[in-house]
Structures are given as structure tokens and as C-alpha cells.
Design a protein. Structure first.
Length: 137
């Protein structure tokens, strides 16, 4: 299976977020090819930094989890390749460009966008789906 993966799926997996970790783990295990706009890297590092700031993880553990993220082999697409259309989508949907970059990539690749983001799921129901709905039964 090929899909665009929202940063929140990776973050919940690496942080072990109770409500989402099992669904994220099952999805990532079933995934053959993951794609994301380059933004995902900065978003993930920021999520880990916030976990450090809130004493969820010590710095050395966050660094280890960042190394695990690198091992996920997510194909990264430059934001510049997506930003024109993402801007239009953001304007039309009132969803932040940060999120519509992922939507635009999914549209271009003709694959689903796996996300836990409620606003994205609502605004783009033909593109965005919960990761669990993509896991083969």
C-alpha cells in the first residue's frame, strides 16, 4: 500500500500516544510506500521538542526516536513543488497550508492521506482518511 502520511501519524507512533499509537503502528506496518511533503520533518522535530519541554521525554530519548523516524524511509517531496496548489486549497477550504501541502501531495500521487487531523478529515473526505481505515483486513 502507498499513502501520504501526515506528521501526526508518525508523531503519535514515536511518542506512544495512547489514543492513537496502536492504529498508527498497525498502519505503518502495513504501508509499503510512505510519502510526505518536506514539512513533515520540521513538524516532527517540533513535536519531539515539545515533548522534551513538557517532560514527556528526555532529550536523549527524543534523539533516539528521531533516528527511528529516519528509518521509516518516508519519501520526501519539496514543499515548493506543492505550495501553489496548497495555497489555493487552503484558501478554498480554510484549512492551514501546513495541512494542505499533505492533501495536495495525496492528490498528485493519487493515493490517500492518512491523518488523525479532524479538520483535514472533514474538509477533504475524498482524500483524507484515518490510518486504520487503510489497514488490510
Amino acid at each position: 500500500m502507498k499513502a501520504v502520511v501526515d506528521t501526526n501519524v508518525v508523531a503519535y507512533l514515536l511518542l506512544g500516544t495512547d489514543r492513537f499509537v496502536e492504529e498508527a503502528r498497525s498502519f505503518m506496518s502495513a504501508l509499503d510506500e510512505a510519502w510526505a511533503p518536506a514539512l513533515w520533518e520540521a513538524e516532527l522535530v517540533n513535536a519531539l521538542w515539545m515533548a522534551i519541554r513538557h517532560h514527556v521525554l528526555p532529550l536523549d530519548e527524543a534523539a533516539k526516536r528521531l533516528a527511528l523516524a529516519d528509518g521509516l524511509a518516508i519519501h520526501t517531496v519539496p514543499n515548493r513543488a506543492l505550495w501553489q496548489a496548497a495555497l489555493v486549497r487552503a484558501n478554498d477550504s480554510n484549512v492551514a497550508v501546513y495541512d494542505t501541502l499533505f492533501v495536495e501531495l495525496a492528490v498528485r500521487e493519487r493515493v490517500p492521506l492518512a491523518t488523525f487531523d479532524g479538520a483535514v478529515l472533514k474538509a477533504f473526505p475524498d482524500i483524507a482518511v484515518r490510518p486504520g481505515s487503510l489497514i488490510p483486513k
